[in-house]
Design a protein around this ligand. Structure first.
Ligand SMILES: Cc1cc2nc3c(=O)[nH]c(=O)nc-3n(C[C@H](O)[C@H](O)[C@H](O)COP(=O)(O)OP(=O)(O)OC[C@H]3O[C@@H](n4cnc5c(N)ncnc54)[C@H](O)[C@@H]3O)c2cc1C
Ligand code: SF4
Length: 509
């Protein structure tokens, strides 16, 4: 039996849907679980509040693409506006708008989880097969040298001249044409993401996918038959329209670490750990400005990383240190990150084709919390820690030296006030960056930890099968369960983890 995609903004709302399994969220975690369960013969319904936006509808224009592909149209942020919290909101989730970096959970982190948090299923020897399957789902391969664009090549040139360790990254593209707009969707479908792999297989195996379907509450969580209250959204996804109730024996929440906790809190489900332990992995942009044309918008935006300063087996934190990753954004993204407006802003944007930007990625310890008020309003609280500020200062200094070594005329740190570095000596000014709230354009793409997995209810929000404490068969299968930062990128870890948790579930149902 083949399933289907049903867009609730257009189709007649079905009456009283019942299913064995309801998966909430169609991204890396949800699509993977839906596929494996459907392929094993189970009845599956997937709820996705985004729309299925494919091919020419991905217009490569900032405004409409942020509007349709990102949660809160790209405007989600922490309570003090210090960190922009980016999440996908489209059929296929974040994999549709990400930069395709494939970075599995390092063995050091897996070992850290097994030893310090009792997550034995994640011990490297037990987890390896799930990572291998995730890499196969993603058609993962090393980015060919010919696709490393001049901006990433500058980062590499500077790093190699300084003797710093780095690598051309792995990715999940097949048939990439180097159009450069990965962050606002790939119009030629070169990304082997959940939309292109797991969801078609789930549908082929009979799964029904409801798009523009927002789960607003889960009721009867401790009973055999759960009730999920759903709102159909209008075509643009702006307003809630009709109501729909879905009944399911098993509910798998994989809505992203922020939204999964939000739904649990809104439903009044789970213990005091739900919503706590939030990690955002805030990243800071930095820009090398060259005299010659770089055209960083041509080709794959992110292909080279300086890994010299990253620690993958830190005894206290697991993943620690920092890494420097080449990146480029569309003009809309870059201009919104620059701390200039008016004439100075225009002057800077006139250098767009000579910029080689990077993101400085420093993993964090749990430092935040997801809250939901009585009226349903979401607040993401986050307190940047001193140890995060210190590593970012170090990262700015190191990245500036790398760009200068590669011949940059200057290096721009887009803080308020902006820091412009023109010599290795001036790079030391990074040591006095304050990072006061909302003075640096920090970005989070890797939210984790809000329903931490733990063997005991005392230590976490869900058990080692991903079951939310206090419920009968309500699970979280995304990065909500990760007790510390999984990796420098979360798509591969989430797919591998969802594969492992689903395979365990399949032995019990
Ligand atoms: C800009 C950006 C770049 C990134 N780059 C990379 C990268 O290069 N490599 C990498 O490994 N990772 C990257 N990531 C991270 C990675 O894409 C995410 O960690 C991953 O997609 C998360 O998977 P998920 O299944 O947890 O949730 P998502 O993929 O976020 O999917 C959750 C889905 O649930 C839906 N949803 C939420 N709430 C509800 C609800 N109440 N009802 C119904 N549906 C709901 C959302 O619309 C969304 O589509 C990036 C992320 C972003 C935002
Ligand atoms: S760079 Fe490749 S994957 Fe990214 S949008 Fe362009 S063609 Fe698609």
């Amino acid at each position: 039996m083949s399933g289907a995609i049903l867009d609730l903004s257009k189709e007649t709302i079905p009456d009283g849907v019942s299913t064995e399994v309801c998966v909430i969220g169609s991204g890396s975690g949800g699509a993977t679980a839906a596929r494996l369960l459907a392929e094993a013969g189970h009845e599956v319904v997937v709820l996705e509040e985004g729309r299925d936006l494919t091919g020419p509808e991905r217009t490569q224009r900032d405004g409409p693409m942020y509007d349709q592909l990102y949660m809160d149209r790209g405007g989600r942020a922490t309570h003090d506006l210090s960190v922009s919290v980016l999440q996908g909101r489209v059929l296929g989730g974040g994999g549709v708008i990400n930069t395709c970096d494939v970075v599995p959970i390092p063995d050091g982190v897996l070992q850290h989880w097994a030893v310090n948090y009792g997550l034995e299923d994640y011990a490297p020897s037990r987890f390896r097969g799930f990572t291998d399957d995730a890499l196969s789902d993603l058609s993962a391969s090393r980015i060919p040298e010919t696709l490393v664009n001049p901006a990433n090549a500058k980062l590499r040139q500077g790093a190699e001249a300084l003797g710093l360790r780095g690598e051309v990254m792995m990715h999940n593209r097949v048939g990439c044409r180097g159009l450069g707009t990965c962050l606002i969707g790939c119009p030629v479908h070169a990304k082997r993401n959940p939309r292109m792999v797991a969801l078609p297989k789930a549908i082929e195996a009979g799964a029904r996918i409801f798009t523009r379907a927002r789960a607003v509450k889960i009721q009867k969580a401790s009973q055999e038959l759960k009730q999920i209250d759903v709102r159909a959204l209008d075509r643009g996804g702006y307003h809630e329209k009709e109501e729909l109730i879905i009944r399911a024996k098993i509910v798998i929440i994989a809505a992203n670490a922020v939204s999964s906790a939000q739904l649990l809190l809104r439903s009044g489900i789970g213990n005091a750990h739900v919503g706590k332990n939030l990690m955002l992995q805030p990243q800071l942009p930095i820009i090398g400005v060259f005299d010659e044309r770089i055209a960083a918008f041509d080709g794959i935006p992110q292909s080279y990383a300086v890994t010299e300063f990253e620690q993958e087996d830190n005894g206290e934190f697991g993943l620690w240190g920092f890494r420097i990753e080449g990146i480029m954004g569309t003009p809309g993204i870059v201009s919104s990150l620059l701390p200039f407006s008016g004439a100075p802003g225009m002057e800077r944007m006139a250098q767009y084709d000579r910029m080689a930007p990077s993101l400085l990625l420093a993993p964090d310890a749990p430092s935040g919390e997801v809250e939901v008020a009585r009226n349903g309003r979401l607040t993401i609280r986050y307190q940047q820690r001193d140890n995060h500020r210190d590593r970012l200062r170090h990262a700015v200094e190191a990245a500036a030296k790398v760009y200068l070594e590669a011949g940059a005329r200057e290096v721009l740190v887009p803080t308020v006030p902006a820091l412009v570095i023109r010599s290795a000596r001036e790079a030391e000014q990074a040591r006095s960056l304050r990072f006061a709230p909302a003075t640096a354009p920090m970005i989070s793409a890797h939210q984790q930890g809000t329903v931490r997995f733990a063997a005991s209810e005392r230590d976490g929000g869900a058990d080692l099968n991903g079951r939310v404490y206090g419920t009968r068969d309500v699970y979280v299968f995304d990065s909500s369960g990760f007790p510390s930062s999984a990796s420098s990128h979360t798509m591969t870890p989430i797919i591998a983890s969802s594969r492992m948790l689903t395979s365990k579930l399949l032995t019990r149902i």
